[in-house]
Design a protein around this ligand. Structure first.
Ligand SMILES: Nc1nc2c(ncn2[C@@H]2O[C@H](COP(=O)(O)OP(=O)(O)OP(=O)(O)O)[C@@H](O)[C@H]2O)c(=O)[nH]1
Ligand SMILES: [Mg+2]
Length: 714
């Protein structure tokens, strides 16, 4: 049973950055140097403690955020190793939502990359303290001063070297700390030591007015004075220390561990994050504090459904103490949940603990009903922690089982996988009857598919999801049908005559429909009207003289409504029309409900086709955010997608937002195209705006494709 720690001795750290910068290698080295493991794990030979998952071994990249911990120098470090591929951004954002410090790992070989920037910005937006690790300094041809310059240009002058390697390249042996103003360092170091040291000192003293004044007037400060102010400077963001390392060669790792333990922010600094969360009754209400004595509040930041350990919900305790064998309330739905086992997690290994204090990151075992972002507490009146922000997935594919009968398993598996990843959404499209899964990218969904197979044993085929077109008419029309069959015994007979009219989209309910459309001035002998808002459809009974007996009228209406879902032109849902039944014939013996339904369906088809039918397509609103230098390229490309640009805005940091509307069919794969145009730096949000008529040429293509399919199916 692990020992309990004091809040001020906890350090919560997320390792983030671009793909393959060496975050997982660094995590393994940190564990090794802290003696949390006996052997230095390696991503290359599959012995990493962090990347233990089957798919991670196969692909050689991280997919999930892995939870690790180590004790060092009297401190308890929770280390969250996040994936660096933008495809798994959801997992990286989960990690950031649970920590005080983001360690942004940069590859010395590649410098700043797309996701380095994104992660740095996300950490800044969350108000986290940030540090940078330049990793892979053992590689050939590394230019350290140029890297530092690049980092400062991108993230600010407050990014300063904290230590320096004796040399870069395969011969790298150690790193030297720049902090002590009086320490004399070897002259051969690969940077300008006095200049780097001044930058470091200035960044530290800037957070402390008295010390800054002393430094400006006397020109020097002591090591003790600097050390006393580092944490404050990291909290204020005046200091973003850059550490030098080679994770693979285990160089600079011990020094990083020392610095994070000694100067890193403890959970006591999470007060900012708790701002505005009130506890207690009105009179005595106070701000939630990150202390053990406070009311207990924790937030779920990661969920796993493991084959072996079962369901695990990872929580970050924000205030108070979480104890095992207690009930908690899920503040999202008021549900009471029994917490049995609490686990401290080291990669795939777990160890039971009795309790957790603010800053602790533990997993709750085998409790269903907790989603990412949920707040749990002992009392239902506790404050709800705001939900972390995750991007809305826009890359969709339709999923079908390879083996018939697997539908149930697929749906259950996908919902489990979606519960683990806030950037996966699963939806059953009622209109197209497809199971559509949306994610960040093709790779992201490929991994989901692999996991579906590995964990739930189901194979699926994917295809582009259908665009939910709709059908309507643009003119009045008419159609009739005589259904007559004589096959031995009792025959079938029904004849139905219909007229069809476009119905204005402004009509919203039965009363309005009666007032503005289905009234006696238009239909002289009107008997009844049934309005259906789902389809903006009206069924009008205008039968005179009982040519269709009253008891068969509902069958006529049913027949027409069946066609609304089936569609006539190309199999899409019909909307905005009214049907009038005005004449028919029946047979005393052979007429039946079924016969009238069939006759009505056929009459409806004919009437619909005579009324200049048209396809409607969904138009989406797009909000596209790009670095300003790509604005021209994006604006030039939009018209090729039948898009209309409506507005454009400049944001701080040389970013432009473009507002446009475009047909969904043209931008269903926009993620990849925008990525290509902006070197992966563009993003967009998309939502439904309205339905519009499809251009005639496009309509022809869709209709002829649908007819081909009809023939095949017959
Ligand atoms: N030369 C050298 N290679 C390294 C170092 N650190 C990691 N690597 C190699 O870089 C590759 C990627 O390392 P990972 O640790 O998986 O990188 P990561 O940042 O975790 O990657 P993702 O999680 O997929 O974003 C592996 O082949 C490592 O062996 C280093 O310090 N020097
Ligand atoms: Mg990794």
């Amino acid at each position: 049973m692990a020992v309990k720690h004091l809040v001020e001795n906890v350090r919560d750290i997320a390792l983030v950055g671009h793909r393959a910068a060496g975050k997982t290698s660094l995590a393994d080295a940190l564990l090794f140097d802290a003696h949390a493991v006996d052997r230095l794990g390696s991503v290359d030979d599959g012995t990493s403690v962090a990347d233990f998952d089957e798919e991670e071994h196969k692909h050689h990249f991280s997919i999930d955020t892995h939870v690790l911990h180590a004790d060092h120098d009297g401190k308890h470090l929770n280390i969250l190793d996040a994936p660096g591929s933008p495809d798994f951004i959801g997992a990286a954002l989960e990690a950031l939502s649970a920590v005080e410090t983001a360690v942004v790992v940069v590859s010395a070989v590649n410098g700043i990359e797309m996701n380095t920037r994104r992660m740095f910005q996300e950490a800044t937006a969350l108000g986290l303290s940030r540090a940078i690790v330049i990793n892979k300094l053992d590689a050939e041809n590394v230019d350290l001063p140029a890297l530092v310059e690049q980092i400062q240009a991108a993230f600010g002058k407050n990014c300063v070297l904290f230590n320096v390697p004796d040399r870069t390249g395969p011969g790298m042996k150690e790193v030297h700390c720049l902090l002590d103003p009086r320490q004399i360092l070897p002259p051969s170091l690969p940077v300008d030591v006095p200049a780097a040291r001044s930058q470091l000192i200035e960044a530290v003293v800037e957070a402390d007015e008295a010390l800054l004044e002393k430094y400006l007037s006397e020109g020097q400060v002591t090591l003790a004075e600097l050390e006393a102010d580092i944490t404050r400077a990291m909290d204020a963001g005046t200091l973003i220390p850059i550490f030098c390392a080679s994770a693979k060669k285990d160089k600079g790792v011990r020094e990083l561990l020392d610095a994070l333990s000694r100067y890193g922010l403890s959970p006591s600094f999470s007060a900012k994050r708790l701002a505005g969360l009130q506890v207690g009754a009105n009179g005595s209400a106070h701000q939630l504090q990150p202390t053990e004595l406070e009311e207990f509040v924790a937030q779920v930041f990661k969920v796993v459904n493991d084959k072996f350990v079962g369901h695990l919900s990872f929580v970050r305790v924000l205030a108070g103490k979480l104890q095992h064998n207690h009930n908690v309330v899920n503040l999202r739905n008021g549900q009471t949940l029994r917490i049995g086992h609490l686990l401290e997690v080291q990669g795939k290994n777990t160890q039971q603990v009795h309790e957790a204090v603010p800053g602790d990151i533990v997993a709750i075992a085998k409790v269903e009903g907790l989603d990412i972002g949920d707040t749990i507490a002992y009392t239902a009146s506790a404050p709800k922690v705001p939900l972390p922000h995750f991007p809305t997935p826009m890359f969709g594919v339709a999923i079908e089982p390879k083996t018939r009968g697997d539908e149930q398993k697929i749906s259950a598996g996908l919902h489990k996988l979606a519960s683990e990843d806030p950037t996966v959404k699963v939806a059953h499209d009622a209109q197209t009857h497809e199971l559509v899964i949306s994610g960040v990218s093709q790779l992201h969904l490929d991994i989901i598919r692999e996991r579906l197979k590995a964990r739930f044993g189901v194979d699926v085929v994917t295809k582009e999801p259908k665009i939910p077109y709709r059908e309507t008419i643009t003119a009045d029309g008419a159609g009739d049908h005589k259904h007559k069959k004589q096959t031995g015994g009792r025959g079938q007979f029904a004849e139905v005559h219909l007229r069809i009219y476009p119905l204005s989209r402004d009509i919203k309910d039965q009363a309005q429909c009666e007032k503005e459309f289905a009234n006696k001035s238009r239909f002289e002998k009107l008997r009844s009207v049934h309005y259906d808002p789902t389809y903006n459809f009206a069924f009008i009974d205008h039968i005179v003289g009982g040519t269709i007996p009253n008891n068969f009228i509902p069958a006529v209406e049913k027949g027409c409504k069946e066609m609304l879902d089936r569609g006539v032109l190309a199999g899409y849902r019909i909307q905005d029309c009214a049907v009038e039944v005005h004449f028919g014939k029946y047979h005393d013996v052979d007429s039946s409900e079924a016969a009238f339904k069939t006759a009505a369906r056929q009459a409806f088809k004919k009437a619909f086709l005579s009324a200049r039918p048209s396809l409607l397509e969904p138009i989406v609103k797009l909000e596209i955010t790009v670095p300003t230098k790509y604005t021209g390229a994006v604006l030039g490309d939009l018209p090729t997608k039948r898009a209309q640009v409506e507005n454009q805005d400049s944001l701080p940091g040389d970013v432009t937002v473009i507002y446009a509307r475009a047909p969904l069919s043209e931008v269903a794969r926009y993620a990849a195209q925008l990525g290509g145009m902006t070197q992966g730096q563009g993003s967009y949000a998309m939502e439904l705006s309205h339905y519009e008529m499809v251009p005639a040429v496009v309509q022809q293509q869709i209709v002829s494709k649908a007819q081909l399919k009809d023939v095949e199916e017959e």
